[in-house]
Design a binder for this molecule. Structure first.
Ligand code: SF4
Length: 576
């Protein structure tokens, strides 16, 4: 056992017994819990009315673990919600106070040249959003959590699951992380040992690149024969505009400026209270070692189209996160003895429409249905959980993802280069010319600075941050301040660097340290080395980390392991 897991003498871990543990209190996990509760009620009612045989399920212990300080603190998305899953889960969601910022009333797509903008004469079908809802995912998840609590579902915020517990290959629970260790991992005065949470079923709903599911997936080789898991990185701001200047309910997407070396686009949503949500999403299979989504978001605001729109505005909220982009062919094995996986952790995002919340919710609900079947049969083995895969195959989750199964791979070729192939995919139901187009790991696509930018490198004008004014333009550190991020300085660094020599001797000279650029929170900085004269070494400011996971995905040498920090740390999102 590593120092980090050792307990002080005389301290033992408390053990709790649960029936179902859901790891992750996002939209997928909370929908799973609600659906499971609903199905148990239905099951018991049918038995009491004599419509079904079998035993009633008595008050099962359902636990949702959330590593954020509260539900919603780590929830971050655009977000335009397709309400299809929500309508099934809570048909009267409006009456029940679902926090919808605005219904979408208008949508448009623009191409941005360096100093001009062109509106597409028609909005392409994937960008049709009228009738859907603009939401804050953070507020939405907090609302879902209140619905869970009304039903007696146990939600444990501030509890990070750090280890899957096994009997052979069967999952039998999880362990939550200790709290109150110092930076060397030694217990402090406020030390609290993590719990052993035994459970008949564990449902992973950890979001993109969940570290617990990563380790589980590696142990059981759940990605064998699948496409690599690939990602996009998104950053966004909320901009407070002068009173009476914003008409809510508009959804605008743009492509082109400011990205020239990477694939991606932007989104602009307007909400009541004269607020504009401005976001930028970039493919992480970029070759560009200097890609900096935060900088690109600042550069976007220098464009005349945005300058006009944002006149008099002030940035009040910032955040960032990755989203899975591999879709259907990147999904892992979805079930096994004592476990299932849902939502972003299973790559359930439609990257063409940039929508995953409804797919996360639906997959969570289907896992909830299967969990009820397992409880009724007292069988939590693969014999029962395998029906989750069938349910996914028969649901709109597969229908939507299968239609765009080759989309990300194609668009990665370039916006204009990919157009004929994407058109062909539209005609052939997603097949196109080659079916199951393969992808390369995002970490492996990065090229050297000279290959991409020539000798100018960081001095190229496209790599310059617009002058920060603390109003509309921010440097990264000032942006991080807007996320409310907190980690105890005297706690273990959760960002594990495997080999610092690689950063100093290969990465810095050739790639100019991509982590210093792609990290949206200024966590990584090359500092002059005390040991090697004239060289630089990596400094990790882990307390700034906003848990986006980009470093775990995009470091060209796969030299950084993102591990789960002490529960409750990280961003404190309220409006994202
Ligand atoms: Fe994201 Fe990694 Fe930076 Fe944390 S350290 S904000 S996970 S890139």
């Amino acid at each position: 056992m590593a120092q980090i897991d050792q307990l002080p003498e005389g301290v033992t871990r408390e053990t709790m017994e649960a029936d179902v543990v859901i790891v992750g209190g996002g939209a997928a996990g909370l929908s799973c819990a609600l659906q499971l509760h609903k199905q148990i009620q239905n099951h018991n009612k049918e038995i009491s009315e004599g419509k079904k045989t079998g035993a009633a399920i008595a008050d099962p212990m359902i636990v949702v673990l959330e590593k954020g300080s509260e539900i919603g603190a780590h929830s971050f998305s655009g977000a335009v919600l397709n309400p299809s899953a929500l309508k099934e889960l809570i048909p009267d969601y409006r009456e029940q106070g679902c926090p919808i910022e605005s219904d979408v009333k208008k949508d448009a797509v623009y191409y941005l040249g360096s100093d001009y903008s062109v509106k597409l004469p028609i909005t392409p079908p994937p960008f049709h959003n009228v009738g859907k809802h603009i939401i804050s995912l953070s507020k939405f998840n907090r609302w879902l959590a209140t619905k869970c609590e009304e039903k007696g579902i146990n939600i444990f915020p501030g509890f990070a699951a750090v280890e899957v517990l096994y009997e052979g290959d069967k999952v039998v629970g999880v362990r939550t992380g200790d709290k109150g260790r110092d930076k060397e991992g030694k217990p402090k005065a406020n030390f609290e040992a993590g719990l052993i949470l035994k459970s008949k079923l564990v449902i992973f709903c950890e979001g993109p690149r969940g570290s617990l599911f990563q380790s589980h997936s590696k142990k059981l080789n759940l990605r064998a024969g699948r496409n690599e898991e690939v990602f996009e990185e998104g950053v966004k701001e909320i901009i407070q505009m002068p009173p009476g200047t914003v008409e809510p309910g508009q959804v605008i997407h743009t492509m082109g400026f400011p990205l020239s070396k990477s694939i991606g686009g932007t989104f602009i949503y307007t909400i009541p209270g004269d607020k504009i949500i401005l976001g930028l999403v970039v493919y992480l299979d970029t070759k560009d070692p200097l890609l900096d989504p935060h900088r690109e978001l600042q550069r976007l605001k220098t464009h005349p189209f945005l300058q006009k729109m944002l006149k008099g505005g002030k940035v009040v909220v910032y955040g960032g996160k990755t989203l899975p982009a591999g879709g259907w062919y990147s999904r892992p094995k979805l079930f096994g003895d004592g476990w299932m996986v849902c939502g972003d952790s299973a790559s359930f995002v439609d990257v063409q429409k940039l929508k995953g919340i409804h797919l996360g919710m639906k997959s969570g609900m289907l896992a909830g249905d299967v969990a009820m079947e397992a409880l009724a049969a007292s069988d939590f083995s693969e014999n029962v959980t395998k029906s989750y895969e069938t349910k996914i195959e028969q649901s709109f989750v597969k229908k939507e993802l299968y239609r765009v199964r080759n989309f990300h791979q194609t668009l990665s070729m370039g916006i204009f280069e990919s157009l004929p192939l994407i058109a062909l995919q539209e005609i052939t139901g997603g097949r196109g010319l080659i079916n199951n187009m393969k992808v390369e790991k995002d970490a492996k696509t990065t090229e050297t600075v000279v290959e991409i930018w020539g000798p100018q490198g960081l001095e190229h004008k496209e790599n310059k941050l617009p002058k920060p004014d603390g109003v509309l333009f921010f440097d990264k550190l000032s942006s991080v301040y807007l996320t409310g991020t907190m980690h105890d300085e005297n706690s273990p660094n959760h960002l594990i660097l495997k080999d610092g020599d690689v950063c100093r001797s290969i990465c810095a000279p050739q790639y100019k340290s991509p982590c210093n650029h792609f990290c949206p929170a200024n966590v990584y900085e090359m500092q002059p080395s005390k040991k090697y004269k004239g060289e630089y070494e990596l400094q990790i400011n882990f307390t700034n980390c906003i848990h986006c996971k980009t470093c775990d995905i995009k470091c060209p040498f796969e030299n950084i392991d993102w591990t789960t920090p002490e529960g409750g740390g990280g961003p404190q999102y309220r409006d994202t």
